[in-house]
Write a protein that binds this ligand. Structure first.
Ligand code: NOJ
Ligand code: CA
Length: 505
């Protein structure tokens, strides 16, 4: 929400929409980075950890926003980008000056690239720095040099950053690519090196940080590493996004072939792991790096309501802490754009540049639309007024959603089958049920066509059935009373595509 009509969403805009979030029923928000940054990677390239970007407002506006969330019972989580800074950060600007600059060792330097590591955003992960004739490491964009975590000064700096925001009033951090802070130089791996747990414990195993909600982004962590990382007694993290990509993506053929069995395996495996080891599982389908689940995994046309509510049910009946992305709560789809100027994501723009002379324009733009992380970043579409209510008419920082006229919050709320209302109801249902929050999870699935499981706490028990994309005959519990569904009138066991039902036992 852009409160001052300059085209950019801002703190005051968010603050003005807190009542909307209260109505939805959520109790925490994670806000992606808003610190000072040249914005080469949507703020994941920080040039000053202690300041905010002017276009979002002032530190006072941010404080007002955090306080207002707190008054409304909503906790606030900021993004902590600890693996790299922007190349515009003072530390890097100093470091490039000379080999004996005091900040030189804040980053990694090599006479020659030691490995053929690729950057996550294309090209080599090593960049030549002409000032001193050495290479530095960047796991992401060229303008995002990796910090040298083997240097104790870097770890001290990061503790200071964390403490500054804790004093400011934040309730926790989402820790960006945290496993990348520790490289495995022996094995030549970019993440999860032998010092990983030590570093995490050093920054988060302190009195000052012990009450924070700390969620890592650690894609390389396997089950054992996760158990260590988030077990309560070790003083590392509270939770971690895990399990790799739920979405089955065929990058070469521009195709996403939803494999519902994979979703079932993911949800089941990690709920059981979490339950057996007393961990927190944070299920999610969407975030600012992904395309929209109704488009990529289900049906974003005539079964959009059914698809969106199918995902909502999986999330809010699971043993864990679900995360949703702005717009997911009313079934936002992918957005399609013909012109590269309508994109902002550095990874898809790099891809465009690399392939401009290789692919024909149509094919190229199809790929860009497919790959782009902008699906999760476009301005929120609130209503049918100018710029869909994002602001009062100034050109938005990123092109508006191509289906904004059809799919926006106002239109959704007018419908009998409102996705927002379904979300609101299921969140409310979950929040009032000990079985859905704490209850034991058991996988009861016996068919390839649908996912069936139970949640049980003392004498409260539910059986949940989520049918996949084809009509199926499901095995409904004989002693169950249907208390929740996205096809409320159906009393038979013949389930339609994406039909879900919750039975009270
Ligand atoms: C993961 C973040 O989610 C993504 O948006 C960002 O580009 C990279 N980390 C680099 O910070
Ligand atoms: Ca603004």
């Amino acid at each position: 929400m852009d409160s001052n009509n300059d085209g950019i969403g801002d703190f005051k805009g968010i603050t003005s929409k807190i009542p909307y979030l209260v109505e939805l029923g959520i109790n925490a928000v994670w806000i992606s980075p808003f610190f000072e940054s040249p914005n080469d990677d949507s703020g994941y390239d920080i040039s000053d950890y202690y300041n905010v970007q002017k276009e979002f407002g002032t530190l006072d506006d941010l404080k007002e926003m955090v306080d207002e969330f707190h008054k409304n019972g909503i906790k606030v989580i900021f993004d902590l980008v600890a693996n790299h800074t922007s190349s515009k950060h003072r530390w890097f600007q100093e470091a490039i000056k000379s080999k004996d600059n005091p900040y030189r060792d804040y980053y990694y330097w090599f006479d020659k690239p030691p490995f053929d590591w690729k950057s996550n955003f294309g090209g080599s992960a090593f960049e030549y720095s002409p000032e001193t004739g050495q290479y530095y490491l960047h796991s992401f964009a060229v303008s995002q040099p990796d910090l040298n975590w083997t240097n104790p000064k870097v770890r001290e700096e990061m503790k200071k950053v964390i403490d500054f925001w804790v004093d400011f009033g934040v309730d926790g951090f989402r820790c960006d690519v945290l496993d990348n802070i520790a490289k495995d130089w022996e094995k030549g791996l970019m993440s999860n090196g032998p010092k990983f747990h030590e570093y995490v414990h050093e920054i988060f195993g302190r009195d000052k940080t012990k009450n924070l909600y700390l969620i890592g982004e650690c894609w390389s962590a396997n089950e054992d590493i996760l158990c260590d990382l988030i077990s309560e007694e070790r003083g590392e993290l509270t939770a971690s996004f895990l399990g790799g990509n739920v979405i089955y993506i065929d990058w070469n053929n521009n195709k996403i072939s939803p494999n519902y069995e994979d979703i079932h395996t993911y949800f089941s495996k990690y709920q059981i792991l979490a339950q057996n080891n007393n961990l927190i599982f944070p299920p999610f389908f969407e975030n600012h790096d992904r395309n929209r689940s109704v488009s990529s995994l289900a049906n974003d046309q005539d079964l959009r309501y059914e698809s969106a509510t199918f995902f909502a049910t999986l999330l809010y009946t699971s043993f864990g802490t679900p995360f949703i992305l702005q717009g997911e709560e009313f079934g936002t789809t992918n957005s399609y754009h013909k012109n590269i100027d309508e994109f902002n994501d550095v990874s898809c723009i790099n891809f465009y540049k690399e392939n401009k002379n290789v692919l024909d324009n149509h094919e190229l733009m199809d790929k860009v639309n497919f790959l782009s992380r902008d699906h999760g970043r476009r301005p929120m579409v609130w209503d049918n007024s100018v710029n869909f209510g994002f602001n009062k008419g100034a050109t938005p920082w990123l092109a508006l959603h191509s289906r904004g006229k059809e799919i926006n919050l106002e239109n959704d709320l007018k419908k009998e089958k409102s996705i927002f209302n379904f979300y609101k109801e299921i969140i409310n249902f979950r929040n009032s049920s000990k079985a859905l929050i704490y209850g034991e999870y058991n996988d009861l699935t016996t068919s390839e066509n649908y996912y069936k499981f139970s949640r049980e706490y003392e004498d409260e028990k539910y059986i949940i059935i989520c049918n996949y994309d084809k009509p199926s005959l499901v095995d409904i519990p004989i002693n169950g009373k249907k208390v929740f569904s996205n096809y409320p009138l159906n009393q038979s066991n013949n389930f339609a595509p994406f039909e879900i039902a919750i039975y009270e036992i």
